[in-house]
Ligand binder design. Structure first.
Ligand SMILES: [Zn+2]
Length: 383
């Protein structure tokens, strides 16, 4: 017997699984994987836990119920973003209920999903399944996407249709932008501030780079456009500058971190090459050195599914047409495995990554109904 959904969310929230590119915050997701694995085993799933390469202590969960071709994949990430405890009304790791809202770190994004998915599956006798259900729990979605990347590397298809239960207010998402980070380094030479000729100021070089990147940003918006998106152009955000050490020294090195969001169809390596040209042209003839490189994790843009029947069934169930999102998900990795994929889950993306994040009990119950209907349709009726 599964614990009630609320208890499951409480236990998942109480099990920290922060992932971050910053080692000071990064934690293993193993506690969450083990909890979900235990509940899945309770329902009769064959459970597999794949450790990620290296000694990060991270793992993906792959749980399968039933056998046969095709079937449905329900997928979620087990990690959360870091948090500022002082900005929360209550302890982020203690599920706190107020006015039907369940507050806690990862309630909407996306520990609530596992409670909804498992309870949906629990409504069916495993013997009735003509096609398998696979439950995936990935690591590191919020940092490097290394969990989904490792899944994609297995080459296993896991099923025919996939739902990623990110918080979408239970409106299906069929398309989203891609995201990646680029770091631009401008090198100069340190020297005494009293005489500019004693060094090469990297901040002066970066100033030229910033101006060039601003005009590149304007032109790329003219070249690429998709009006399905609320923000219809690619975006480039100047997120962080690190450089210099003292007002009285000529700055020897400056680093600029960029967040770039691509439209479906745009290729990451081509964009990096273009940025390198922009920086080279901006600094041409000057005394600076430079480097432009893609850093950290990335998610490709996603456009799917091609299977109109799948979209149709999901849209009918949700009572709305599939939409686009500005946030990235693991969908491109599942699509790479050949899965027809949509993103659909309880909760609002606007409260995710925020203090006092919450999901409502009603939304978890609705998600449970929607997932159960999909299981009925794709693992029982079509079998
Ligand atoms: Zn998420």
């Amino acid at each position: 017997m599964l614990p009630p959904a609320l208890d499951m969310v409480r236990q998942l929230v109480a099990t920290p699984s922060v992932s971050s590119p910053d080692d000071r915050f990064d934690q293993s997701n193993r506690g969450v994987v083990d909890l979900v694995a235990e509940w899945a085993a309770e329902l009769g799933f064959a459970v597999r836990i794949d450790s990620l390469p290296g000694d990060s202590g991270k793992a993906n969960l792959i749980a399968t119920l039933g056998a046969g071709e095709d079937g449905l994949v329900l997928s979620g990430h087990t990690d959360t973003v870091p948090y500022n405890a002082e900005r929360w009304t209550d302890d982020p790791f203690v599920l706190t209920e107020r006015d039907g809202k369940l507050h806690g770190l990862g309630t909407a994004d996306m520990k609530g999903f596992f409670a909804a998915a498992l309870h949906a599956i629990g409504r069916f006798e495993p013997a009735r399944l003509g096609r398998p259900i696979t439950l995936l729990g990935t690591a590191d979605e919020e940092s490097t996407m290394d969990g989904a990347r490792a899944l994609a590397k297995t080459g296993e298809r896991f099923g025919r249709y996939a739902i990623i239960g990110e918080p979408t207010g239970l409106q299906p998402i069929r398309k989203h932008k891609g995201v990646f980070y680029v770091q631009v380094t401008v090198g100069g030479q340190a020297g005494h501030a009293s005489n500019p000729a004693l060094g090469v100021n990297a901040i002066d070089g970066l100033h030229l780079v910033l101006t060039a990147l601003q005009s590149w940003r304007d032109t790329i918006g003219e070249r690429y456009r998709d009006d399905d998106f609320e923000v219809p152009t690619p975006t480039l955000n100047f997120g962080r500058i690190i450089g210099g050490d003292s007002p009285n020294r000529i700055c020897a090195e400056c680093k600029l971190d960029l967040d770039i969001r691509l439209l479906p169809g745009m290729q990451r390596p081509a964009v990096v090459a273009e940025l390198r040209d922009v920086v080279a042209n901006a600094l041409e003839g000057g005394p600076w050195t430079f480097d432009v490189s893609a850093v950290g994790g990335y998610a490709d843009a996603f456009e799917g599914p091609s299977d109109a029947e799948f979209s149709g069934v999901v849209e009918t169930l949700c009572g709305c047409s599939a939409k686009t999102a500005l946030f990235g998900t693991e969908a491109p990795f599942l699509a790479e495995l050949g899965l027809q994929t949509l993103v659909l889950g309880a909760g609002d993306i606007a409260v995710a990554h925020q203090p006092d994040e919450y999901v409502t009990i009603a939304a978890i119950e609705r998600a449970t109904d929607v997932y159960a209907n999909l299981i009925q349709r794709f693992c029982i009726e079509s079998a």
